[in-house]
Each structure stands twice: as C-alpha cells, then as structure tokens.
Design a protein around this ligand. Sequence first.
Ligand code: PEP
Length: 247
Amino acid sequence: MRRKLAAGNWKMNGLGSALSELAAIAGCETRQTDLLICPPATLLGRAADTAAAGSCAIGGQDCHARESGAHTGDISAAMLADAGASHVLVGHSERRSDHGESDADVCAKTTAAWAAGLTAVLCLGESLAQRRSGDTLAVIGAQLAGSLPDGANGDNTVIAYEPIWAIGSGLIPEMAQIAEVHDFLRRALVERLGDDGDRIRLLYGGSVKPGNATEIFAVSNVDGALVGGASLKAADFKAIVAALDAA
Ligand code: PEP
C-alpha cells in the first residue's frame, strides 16, 4: 500500500524565525502520514537540523540538471542532498512559467535528482485556458510523458497534480475533476511502469486548506497533498495532516 504524504512548499517565504513553525510541524504525531517541507534554499541546512528532532523530511524547491559547474545562482541535486534534503520539487508551474522550464528540462532535473539519491516530486498541471478548452488530460498526459524519465518507482518519485489556476487562488477543482486526473495518472503510470507505477504516490496541490482537506483526501488515488500557503503556519499544516491521517 502507498503511505500518505503531506508536503509543504514554502516558496520564497521564510527567514530563520520560520524554523519554529517547522519545529512544530516536525513534532506532529502521525503514524499514517509522511511529512515533507521544502523551505527556501537559504534555510535548508538549518531546516534539516530542526527537522531531525522530529519526523519531517526536508526538500529543495528546484535543482539544476548538472552536478556542478559555471551556473551562477543555481544549486545541484548533490548540493541539496549534502545540505540534508531527501526530496526535491521539479517542474513546479512557477518554475515552468517564471524560468521557461520545458518538459525536457524537468526530465533532466528528475534524472539529476535520482543520481543524487533524492526523491523527485514531479509537478504537473493545466492552465485555466487548457481546462476550459477540454484539453486537461491531453496536457497532463504530455507533461507526464515528457517530464518523467524511465526508471521511476515509488521510492524515487512522487507526482503532484497541481492545476495552475488553483495555486494560491483559493479556487479548487470539483472533486470529480480531481478524481478524473488522478485516475488517469494512475492508469498511465501502471501502463508504463507496471507495479512500480502503482507504488508512485499522487498528491493533489492547489489551495489545499484545513477546510477543504477532508473532501479532497476522500478522492480516489489522492495519496496526499502538496501545500503552499497553508504550509507556512504549523497549525494549518497540522490540521491538513490530521485530515489525511483520518482519510
Ligand atoms: C503550490 O505552490 O504548490 C501550492 C499548491 O500552493 P497553494 O497551496 O498556496 O495553492
């Protein structure tokens, strides 16, 4: 069976003072749900030390596809691992839009993450225009095919379905729409990877809050959540973890 996963993406938020929120999250008592927080790179080392006292994994928010070299401002997967990360987000829609990352770029980053021993949390999602034109499954299918390298399995990969229009907007899809995409992803993964595809956890992301978590976690093939804004406050994130534990 797939274990549940509650993952938080702090984006470009968090100074040293935010580590008290992480300490509270890491101290969260849960046996059913794995916890992951992806703080900004500046906090990674301190976050890893803080989380070590509890039960929360630490992840990067992006990595470069190369191991080292002349790439000013970038961070390699090996550097993330060296700083104490066990996971890294790849292909978040804000990276795809702000930095023009293509599926091929995301695929190369995923391969780099694996080579450094990290679990890649691969993000996929459609725009509002693509949803309205009925292209959601075609878009998600193409992103999956183009961004996920061969060799994915339940240990090295997590997939997060994040409709772009739901991120930070307070909007969420209908539950039937989440189910449609998650069931589609599961079928595509099993078709391509067999049992390994069945073991890859599928997270929903986009405006997950304590108030909507329970209904989202009841949807088929939702194994957890990737949470942005509501992961910044331990009380909100812990309420989401509680909803996942109870699902
Ligand atoms: C995200 O950025 O991955 C995200 C899901 O953000 P939010 O929860 O704030 O919509």
